[in-house]
Design a protein around this ligand. Structure first.
Ligand code: PGA
Length: 254
């Protein structure tokens, strides 16, 4: 079975002390994961080593970065590179979150470069895609998401795609309390899988974990994750609370 993943996206939240407490509370819950389940914590850069240390004894609990730069090193003040992340034992990197696309002008081409630099440093991208409310209301969301995937990912070989996680995050559902219905999520996830199948074949498409993101909470996770093409979630607000995120982890399919 492909991996079922509960991914926490802390965004730009929590002080070091608060991060410490949250990681301790999560580790203390001692929620056991099956072979096919993973819990990923995308914490701010300064807390990556701390998170790695706190979670090192929890099987299947991994650490992610929320971004990386397109270049491997050099005079780029303030940026963090993929080789730096790899040297800190980071397994995953969120690429193309809608907040980065919106506030930092990241476009499909920039993101294709970030994808490349992650893969050449053995970091697995959690690649985000998703449409705005205007696009959803216009009914063109399928084509829009397809273009995001094609322009940033489809230059890769099939063997590289196996290292991908996709996160479908409709922008209108992020931080708004407005979740896509489980059926809307399933419909888009099936479309995404189909787009991968057309380009790379069914076997590759079926191996990719596709996460849903956008106001996932403990009280809706089970229904959304229960859909056949939804392989877990990328969770913002609700990942800042240990009990809430613990329940979300426990909502993954077995
Ligand atoms: P949210 O954020 O769960 O707070 O809606 C999800 C995300 O942006 O990854």
């Amino acid at each position: 079975m492909r991996k079922q993943i509960a991914a926490a996206n802390w965004k730009m939240n929590l002080t070091l002390q608060e991060a410490n407490e949250l990681l301790d509370s999560i580790a203390e819950k001692n929620i056991q994961l099956s072979e096919d389940q993973i819990a990923v914590f995308a914490v701010p850069f300064p807390y990556l080593l701390l998170a790695n240390d706190k979670l090192k004894n929890s099987k299947g609990y991994l650490v992610a970065a929320q971004n990386c730069f397109t270049k491997e090193s050099g005079a780029y003040t303030g940026e963090v590179s993929a080789p730096m992340l790899a040297s800190c034992n980071v397994g995953y990197v969120i690429i193309g979150h809608s907040e980065r696309r919106e506030y930092f002008n990241e476009n499909n081409f920039t993101l294709s470069q970030k994808v490349d630099v992650c893969l050449s440093n053995n970091l697995k991208p959690i690649f985000c895609c998703g449409e705005s409310l205007a696009i959803r209301e216009g009914g063109t969301q399928n084509g829009y998401v397809e273009t995001q995937l094609k322009e940033s990912i489809f230059h890769l070989e099939a063997s590289q795609i196996e290292n991908f996680v996709i996160a479908y995050e409709p922008i209108w559902a992020i931080g708004t309390g407005k979740t896509a219905s489980a059926d809307q999520a399933q419909e888009m996830h099936a479309h995404i899988r189909n787009v991968f199948a057309e380009k790379y074949g069914n076997e590759v498409a079926n191996s990719i974990s596709i996460l849903y993101g956008g106001s996932v909470k403990a009280n809706n996770a089970k229904e959304i994750f229960g859909k056949p093409d939804v392989d877990g979630g990328l969770v913002g607000g609700a990942s800042l609370n240990a009990s809430e995120f613990g329940l979300i982890i426990q909502s993954l399919k077995n």
